[in-house]
Ligand binder design. Sequence first.
Ligand SMILES: NC(=O)c1ccc[n+]([C@@H]2O[C@H](COP(=O)([O-])OP(=O)(O)OC[C@H]3O[C@@H](n4cnc5c(N)ncnc54)[C@H](OP(=O)(O)O)[C@@H]3O)[C@@H](O)[C@H]2O)c1
Length: 331
Amino acid sequence: MAAVDSFSLLLRDIGRTCNCYMETLALIGALYTAKMCFTFVNDTYTLVRLHFIPRLVRKADLVKLYGQWAVVTGGTSGIGKYYAKELASRKVNIILVSRNQEKLEALAREIADTYEVETAIIVVDFNKGSEIYPALKNVLEDKEIGILVNNVGVFYTHPDYFANLTWDKIWELINVNIGAATMMVHMVLPGMVERKKGAIVNISSMSCCQPTPLMTAYSASKAYLDHFSRALHYEYAPQGIFVQSLIPFFISTNMTKFSKELTPKNFLVPSAEVYAHHAVTTLGISRRTTGYWLHTILFLLGQYIPEWLWAWGTYRMNNTLRLEATLQGPH
Ligand SMILES: NC(=O)c1ccc[n+]([C@@H]2O[C@H](COP(=O)([O-])OP(=O)(O)OC[C@H]3O[C@@H](n4cnc5c(N)ncnc54)[C@H](OP(=O)(O)O)[C@@H]3O)[C@@H](O)[C@H]2O)c1
């Protein structure tokens, strides 16, 4: 009898202890659920605040906010071309920078005629490295640059293993994706600081967010731009300079022509025109954004993907693109 008594006492004791554990677990569950709810509400708010509200209200006066001139590197095609047009539609004068004089002149004329703004061109090959910058600096010194769009960038011919890249391609990635943006900022920033206003947009890529196999050097160059932009913002925001890291997913441009899947424009892979139209509205509002609402949803979901799963998924996707491009031959 005594043994049964003590057994029931033991059970009651265990029950009491378990209750305490259950309550603790319930509390952790409630806190986690609250955190998830808060994150969901916050993400939805970010999406609406960034991508929908600015399109409902009057467009920001970029000339007043930042200054009269914008420089867009790699401005003759793709995102750069349409970003330049968007800025011009808001009466910002445009300086286009890229390698091809004819394309530059034609686009500068088109922009000047359509939007009634001033335009200028600079013919330069950023792949030439340090030798180009003294001349570039002299040309830029004449203008009050309010907005700098570091758009120029190169990718591989298609996603590939790092060892398959040529030395020339590796130097091109370093000179164009990293060197150009870094030097351009260094040249225009002092003027912005003097005027206590200015905006710098560095076009990175969603591939910067996690290690992305078969885009190794490209994604690392974009991670550089992302970190560079974010640190620069903390350094210069107190002096009135707005720095944005723009991290798009795939956009249908010359860069994505290696794949039939990425060439047709659709909701997920928008045209450069649609993309630029959305991205410009986030200028001055978000320091780090995809620039496009559907890409922002992907980005928000991507935050919950562990690194191994991201690497596994992107490896599979990029390998499919690699095989597709290899089968197609040179394009
Ligand atoms: N498309 C995408 O899916 C995607 C996704 C994420 C991020 N991005 C980034 O967005 C930016 C723009 O990409 P995009 O797709 O619009 O590229 P794009 O259509 O290939 O245009 C590249 C531009 O850069 C110029 N350019 C290329 N090499 C140059 C050099 N060495 N010196 C001077 N100018 C040069 C080209 O003009 P010329 O040939 O006339 O010189 C052209 O105007 C890049 O930084 C890219 O990494 C693109």
